[in-house]
Design a protein around this ligand. Structure first.
Ligand code: OXT
Ligand code: ADP
Ligand code: MG
Length: 568
């Protein structure tokens, strides 16, 4: 009940809550404390789901991925300075990955902060947030809360999505104003992410280039998955007959088992293609910037579909830029293609599928081994089948070897079901993303985690148990980062990449009332995961992996700097 209703007053607390509700935002990911504890309580009382985490970074990763999954900004709420900084990593991550998110942080008294007089948790948060997000705003007056949230929501989801910071000083919450005026000051954002229709000329240019290709390739990125234009994309790819390569989080947009999928022929299609159409994927490090050895010597033409005009020509020349939202662009493609589209030359599609079948056949026997302790392939063979049998489940994945090998082994069948480390390759997204995925979709989550990766957000197993979420965490425990076999020859300290050997992460889950299992063979792993998927109980499986099984940095060891002096 709003305070002072008899005088028809409202306050900052309630205006914030009403602004969120008016705009259909019904979940807040937060860590309570001064000055936002009561805001969380009141929001919960007002019917918003307020999910309290153990660390703001994990609440922030949850908000970011909620934005990715729903196309509505995910909201993370924190206290001032330290809480804000903890959340800021996730805000920068959301911006880098083009996820719509709003970090709302309480802040200290402006007058004291600006004179640097040492207020409680004093920090000039707005200035610090600004370079790390898409937009940053501060609201000083209760009557501006409506506009503040409207700007934040629109900035987060329109154009290229990203992170927005909203600074709410403590004093704001207690400000009181006339209830009716307050109500009128709120803004329901109309058409927050307007369609951006591509120019007809750019559509024609792109299709002309694609049509004349001898060895075309379509690369689907997580922007394409985000766009939720699943049917349009599927019919475009199928009508074109062009092989497609999904980036990690675009796996499942079309099934990895689709006859045109070139995921298992990656190096072949990058090297040998002559025309590449990028749909919601950037030519960043994950695609070797569109040049160099992995792209081969033959000349290559790039077509790029993206909502962000500045993305074009960022790394190499784009001969056919198509600026627009992916739904509008791909539907324009579908219309312009008509019925008379000719499939690419058969020698090309044949070469791709042959390579793909070769690679799949090469991998298959490795997935069947029943070694104990397990190697990565033995364990992943089991999880591959779990996702095949539960295609609605969401796979969260982080680690180095655990990430790279799971990406290749586990086929995805449906859009937006694979959530991972994203553009920065960041460790720590695991539990936050798993929690948001379970809450936002209602589907079970399988989180496949390196033992190091898990450590970055491991305390959130308590959160998983508290909200009784259908999350099964499988920790690939190889005693360390990349491998558990390094030895420090200099003194008695453990090697820098090695953890306590034989650790039992499953006990962490049991500490909070969840199900813990120690699995030492693929058979045990299979039994435990199937049980977890069926029961939907919070489960953590400590999957014992041979400490010698991994390789340095997984598939990206080449990025480690080398000096000739290192090589004694
Ligand atoms: O075509 P070819 O012949 O080349 O073959 C390719 C595919 O065609 C084929 N393939 C298949 N074959 C058969 N069947 C199927 N289905 C199939 N699918 C594909 O397989 C090969 C490879 O295919 P892929 O994977 O698609 O291609 P490739 O060449 O690997 O692609 C290149 C990339 C760059 C696109 C890809 O590798 C990629 O996406 N990589 C992402 C890598 C990444 O982001 N890594 C995470 C960061 S690593 C490091 O930084 C870590 N840290 C430091 C740290 C971080 N990150 N963050 C923070 C906050 N602090 C510190 C740490 C601490 S990792 C890490 C912890 C690691 O330890 P853990 O214990 O957690 O993990 P373990 O290693 O398990 O111990
Ligand atoms: P990946 O890591 O999968 O390659 P990136 O994050 O590098 O994907 O690229 C995603 C791209 O998608 C970004 O350049 C972003 O601007 C773009 N994008 C996001 N949403 C849309 C949309 N609705 N329409 C068009 N482009 C989009
Ligand atoms: Mg490990």
């Amino acid at each position: 009940e709003a305070p002072g209703t008899e005088q028809e007053l409202t306050d900052g607390f309630h205006l914030v809550i009403d602004a969120l509700k008016l705009n259909g935002i019904n979940t807040i990911y937060n860590v309570p404390g001064i000055p936002i504890t009561d805001l969380g309580r009141m929001a919960q009382a007002a019917g918003i789901r307020v999910i309290s985490f153990r660390h703001e970074q994990n609440a922030g990763y949850a908000a970011g991925i909620a934005g990715y999954l729903t196309k509505k900004p995910g909201v993370c709420l924190t206290v001032s300075a330290p809480g804000f900084l903890n959340g800021l990593t996730a805000l920068a991550h959301a911006t880098t990955n083009c996820y719509p998110m709003i970090l709302v942080s309480g802040s200290s008294e402006r007058e004291i902060v600006d004179l640097q007089q040492g207020d409680y948790e004093e920090m000039d948060q707005l200035a610090i947030a600004k370079p790390l997000c898409k937009a940053a705003y501060r609201v000083l007056h209760a009557q501006d809360i409506g506009i503040g949230f409207a700007r934040a929501i629109r900035a987060a989801v329109s154009g290229r999505p990203g992170g927005v910071y909203l600074d709410l000083p403590a004093k704001l919450f207690g400000q009181v104003m006339n209830a009716e005026a307050g109500h009128k000051s709120l803004v329901k954002v109309i058409d927050a992410a307007p369609a951006q229709i591509p120019s007809p000329a750019s559509v024609k240019r792109a299709l002309d280039v694609l049509k004349n290709a001898k060895r075309p390739l379509i690369i689907l990125g997580k922007g394409a998955a985000y766009a939720q234009a699943d049917e349009e994309i599927k019919s475009f790819v199928e009508k074109s007959g062009v092989p497609f390569l999904p980036m990690s989080m675009a796996k499942g947009l079309l099934p990895d088992t689709h006859p045109q999928c070139a995921g298992a022929a990656r190096s072949t299609v990058l090297k040998d293609s002559d025309v590449v159409m990028l749909i919601g994927a950037r030519l960043n490090w994950l695609l070797s910037h569109g040049k160099g050895k992995s792209w081969g010597d033959a000349p290559k033409k790039f077509i790029q579909v993206d909502i962000e005009p500045k993305e074009m020509d960022s790394n190499v020349e784009i001969v056919a830029p198509v600026v627009g939202d992916i739904g509008s662009v791909v539907s324009a493609f579908n219309q312009a293609m008509g019925a008379g589209w000719t499939a690419p030359p058969a020698d090309w599609t044949k070469a791709v599928s042959t390579k793909r079948e070769e690679n799949v056949a090469k991998m298959a026997p490795k997935l069947m081994n029943n070694k104990s302790p397990m190697d990565y392939h033995g364990a992943l063979g089991v999880l591959k089948n779990v996702i095949k049998e539960n295609p609605e489940a969401i796979l969260v994945n982080e680690g180095a070897n655990t990430l790279d090998l799971a990406r290749g082994v586990i086929d995805m069948y449906r859009p937006r079901k694979r959530l991972d480390v994203g553009t920065w390759g960041v460790m720590g997204i695991g539990m936050g993303q798993a929690i948001a995925a379970a809450l936002e979709t209602g589907h079970p989550v399988l989180a496949v985690e390196g033992d190091s990766a898990f450590g970055f957000s491991g305390m959130e197993v308590e959160t998983i148990c508290r909200y009784n979420l259908p999350i099964c965490v499988v920790i690939f425990n190889n005693d360390g980062i990349y491998r558990g076999t390094d030895v420090n020859g200099a003194n008695s300290d453990p090697a820098t990449t090695v953890f306590v050997k034989g650790a039992r992460y499953d006990k962490m889950m049991e500490a909070f009332g969840g199900v813990g299992v120690n699995a030492t063979s693929p058979d045990e792993l299979k039994r435990a995961v199937n049980e977890a998927m069926a029961s939907r109980k919070p489960t953590l499986i400590n999957a014992v992996i041979d400490p010698a099984a991994g390789s340095e940095s997984g598939r990206i060891g080449n990025l480690n700097p080398q000096s000739v002096l290192q090589k004694k």
